[in-house]
Ligand binder design. Sequence first.
Ligand code: PLP
Length: 366
Amino acid sequence: MSNLDQTLSNTIERYRQANPASERIHAEATQALPGGNTRSVLFFPPFPPAMVRGEDCRLWDADGHEYLDALGEFTAGLYGHSEPAIRAAIAEALAGGLSLSSHTAREGALAREVQRRFPSMELLRFTNSGTEANLMALATAVAHTGRRKVLVFQGGYHGGVLAFAGGGSPVNVPHEWIVARYNDLQDVRAKVAPHQGDLAAILVEPMMGSGGCIPADPAFLQGLRALADECGALLIFDEVMTSRLSFGGRQALLGIRPDLTTLGKYFGGGLSFGAFGGRADVMQRYDPRSNSALQHAGTFNNNVLTMAAGLAGLTQVLTAGALDALARPVPDLAALARSAVDLKAPVTHPPLEGKVAAGAGAATAV
Ligand SMILES: Cc1ncc(COP(=O)(O)O)c(C=O)c1O
């Protein structure tokens, strides 16, 4: 056994000894869940820690260890674990009944708030996840254009069935994909050329998140806008992650107007959420007052808890000023990390001066 193997094996053994409750919880879950897991990204061997509680930006696992939560649910946990405004909104909604089987005032109010931030979303609809929002946006583009091809990018991630790392996932939905290189307009044009007349949509993250936090070059996104216009395809910005980079997402920062936008994560105040929307002439097709309306079902699309939590988060916590402060670059990442490592010390944002250590690429967490 090499030194490296020995060190790894000692480390795994120490981890195991320090986390008996997590190991037991995982072992029990394996009786009903494959590998004890129902969300792939959370697993690592020999078993992941099981969390029992969260408060503000901290977490506690089943063995009593305290953590600083620097992941923030990949931005869905932007508000932390105990934001009072969100808790109050959930409690109020809960008191009014959970499943009302009807329209409520909340979905219209939340939709108007989303629209205020993203004016390109002239009309929008809610889903239960970012994955579902992207599935609906693509289905909308196919229905609207009557075409089948969809341009996506190597390394892109738009949900569990829309993943394009390493050539794509075997469980991807069966659209007719054209997969091009990100930030490479030449490659895009070469790959699209034979299919121009059959291109329904271009689906792109304005910054590739799980692909490595790679910001798209503004000229690349402008090139995609021009290509969509030339082909008569719909340009879809997946702003599930990048929406938090400014009040109007990355599209506002770059002044590029997509045909459709998808959202998710923190917009639901920490509860299951997704939204897709854009050009009124496209989204109008879902107007149920029309005899030929497209159907978009979903038992929980307007569930009262998400609508209430989302609205409270956006209107009471994540105001334009708060978002600006959040998106400001961290000047000294090392100092922030040092203060975070000492869990007894309060975690404070270091003074906003000095060298920039993080920018748009820090959209996942920190
Ligand atoms: C860019 C992007 N799109 C879509 C999704 C899928 O969202 P959800 O996990 O809510 O289905 C994610 C999730 O990480 C994402 O990062």
